[in-house]
Ligand binder design. Structure first.
Ligand SMILES: Nc1ncnc2c1ncn2[C@@H]1O[C@H](COP(=O)(O)OP(=O)(O)OP(=O)(O)O)[C@@H](O)[C@H]1O
Ligand SMILES: [Mg+2]
Length: 304
């Protein structure tokens, strides 16, 4: 009941504000629906979407993502890499495309990815940062929005594979990826040989099951050391834990990557390790992993 003209004025102002809020929410919802449609259209052009996950930091996810991308491209596939590590992007450095600027395609209203070795398409937050010192201090929703934009507005084109490099853990970025991409072919889980890492792997597998995304397989990184000079093998951090956990959990084992200082040197230089050191045990391991991934996807296709 409006008792005076003052009340009436307040009422009008409050109503107007509410209308404005509702309009904003409606506009955002419309925008989100359009974004969802764009993601669906763009992702439909990519045959296989693979995410690289590990509950733990520093186990070699980005190294694996970049080198699997190179190994796939070496086999003639059209490959893209989405660096979904928003606060600590490292894919451009490993693939030697740091410093490239992203361009836009106005007719498609799209962002064009940078082109790396063997034509690998790369998108990363790193391309958008002004310098090495600028940190990305964002809470979860902001990081999720950036990833959604990378999926909705980047012109990936027709690809055989899109590899998604995730930051450690199973929260914002992995969740956004799993819930936004319509059909992820599988998750590659990277572990170190230690028991500590294996416990985390169990959680990572639990995460994929919870989100109903197939675990494609486990990779054991830092698995032994092959001396680059004499070729002798040493077990520095142990070896075999990845295979053991894969058997226990009934998940395919994709293989072991030994410690090889050339992996680190090539990543730091931005030289593609799998191409530059193709004859090393580690590069050969990446190539064998690609064969196992191909087999997994063939089996998956035959089932559907
Ligand atoms: N098999 C290996 N041999 C030698 N060095 C390696 C190997 N795997 C990874 N590295 C090096 O270890 C460091 C960490 O690897 P990487 O950045 O790929 O880990 P990550 O799991 O992606 O880390 P983060 O959790 O911070 O994203 C890098 O310097 C990389 O070059
Ligand atoms: Mg990483």
């Amino acid at each position: 009941m409006l008792k005076s003209s003052r009340h009436y004025t307040y009422f009008c102002a409050a109503t107007e504000e509410k209308f404005w809020e509702v309009e904003q929410v409606e506009e955002r919802m419309k925008e989100m629906q359009e974004q969802k449609k764009r993601i669906k259209t763009r992702m439909a052009k990519i045959k296989h979407k693979l995410a690289i996950l590990s509950g733990k930091g520093g186990v070699g996810k980005s190294t694996v993502a970049a080198n699997l991308a190179l190994a796939l491209a070496r086999k003639g596939y059209k490959v893209g890499v989405l660096d979904a590590d928003i606060t600590g992007p490292s894919i451009p450095k490993i693939l030697g495309v740091r410093g490239k600027r992203l361009t836009t395609e106005s007719s498609l209203a799209s962002i064009l990815p940078a082109s790396g070795p063997l034509g690998i398409k790369v998108i990363s937050m790193d391309f958008l940062l002004p310098d090495d010192e600028t940190p990305v201090i964002w809470r979860g929703p902001m990081k999720s929005m950036a990833i959604i934009q990378f999926l909705a507005d980047v012109e990936w084109g027709d690809l055989d594979f899109l590899l998604i490099d995730l930051p450690p853990g199973s929260s914002d970025e992995p969740l956004t990826i799993m819930q936004t991409i319509p059909s992820i072919s599988g998750i590659v889980i990277v572990t170190a040989p230690s028991e500590v890492s294996q416990i985390v792997v169990k959680r990572a597998i639990g995460f994929t099951k919870e989100l109903r995304v197939p675990p494609l397989g486990i990779i054991e990184n830092y698995s032994g050391f092959v001396c680059p000079k004499c070729g002798a093998e040493f077990d520095i951090l142990g070896s075999g834990g990845g295979q053991k956990i894969a058997e226990q959990l009934g998940v395919p084992f994709l293989g072991k990557i030994p410690i090889d200082p050339r992996i680190c040197e090539d990543s730091d230089r931005g030289t593609p390790f799998v191409l530059e050191h193709a004859e090393t045990p580690a590069a050969k391991a990446f190539m064998r992993m690609v064969e196992k991934i191909e087999e997994f996807l063939k089996r998956q296709e035959a089932r559907t």
